[in-house]
Design a protein around this ligand. Structure first.
Ligand code: 13P
Length: 253
């Protein structure tokens, strides 16, 4: 890995005050690795307090698409996330696309709200199994990423992170092979290069989908895989730390 590794733990809808405290107490910084945790919104404030004076960075799992204040019942705005100490927010996760109807247009709006508040979007892209079997991987991920570039401008990607998460690999124990993942990561970086080579060279492209301690090193050996977006394994301190150590071991920057 030549770009500084970024490892993001997406806790999804898991945790409790007690569990979060224990998990965070068991994490410690790993050299050369930017470590990020994304707890559910209700725990952002308490996790933020516990992360004070550590090098672990806070992310949100979602953000409001419309406005920063106002009549948007149930939503949490980017400005509010910034006030809580979050520096990143995940957008376009396949679970949000699938269960909550998050479209490319909505994902782009969320990116704009984050940009206004100075937060960095972690933009998720990825194909379903049916799309892969139909040979549409590049069509799908390029549509998803181009929607962001067209609506937000290429400069957004200088502040953003892209996460390639094949839907069929999420929570299934099936990981893309390192070569299959690299093919998509390389394709995404090439797509960004068409707009801006410097931004493409510096862009962190994370892999997500059943990343575990025992498959992380082989993924991180790929030239365009710059870290991981980790679900289940991020809830287990030793697993998450082992993934971070694998990233450090593969960092050649
Ligand atoms: P798993 O690591 O549990 O497969 O989840 C991946 C993911 O969706 C991270 O955002």
């Amino acid at each position: 890995m030549s770009r500084k590794p970024l490892i993001v733990g997406n806790w999804k809808m898991n945790g409790s005050f007690a569990k979060n405290t224990n998990l965070l107490a068991s994490l410690s910084s790993v050299p050369n690795v930017n470590m990020v945790v994304a707890p559910p919104a209700v725990y952002l404030a308490s996790v933020s307090a516990q992360l004070m004076n550590t090098s672990i960075v806070l992310a949100a799992q979602n953000v409001a698409a419309e406005g920063q204040q106002g009549a948007y019942t149930g939503e949490v705005s980017a400005v509010m996330l910034a006030e809580l100490g979050a520096r990143y927010a995940i957008v376009g996760h396949s679970e949000r696309r699938q269960y909550y109807g998050e479209t490319d247009t909505v994902v782009a709006k969320k990116c704009l709200r984050l940009q206004e508040a100075g937060l960095r979007p972690i933009i998720c892209v990825g194909e379903t199994l049916a799309e892969r079997e139909a040979g549409q991987v590049e069509t799908v991920v390029s549509r998803q990423l181009k929607a962001i570039i067209d609506n937000c401008g290429i400069d957004l990607l200088a502040q953003a992170v892209v996460a390639y998460e094949p839907v069929w690999a999420i929570g299934t124990g099936k990981t893309a092979t390192p070569a299959d993942a690299q093919a998509v990561h390389g394709f995404l970086r090439q797509l960004v290069t068409i707009y801006d080579k410097n931004i493409a060279d510096n862009l962190s492209i994370l892999y997500g989908g059943s990343v575990k301690a025992d498959n992380a090193a082989s993924l991180f050996a790929m030239p365009d895989i710059d870290g991981a977006l980790v679900g289940g394994a991020s809830l287990v301190a030793n697993e998450f730390l082992a993934i971070c150590h694998a990233a450090n071991a593969s960092f050649i920057g």
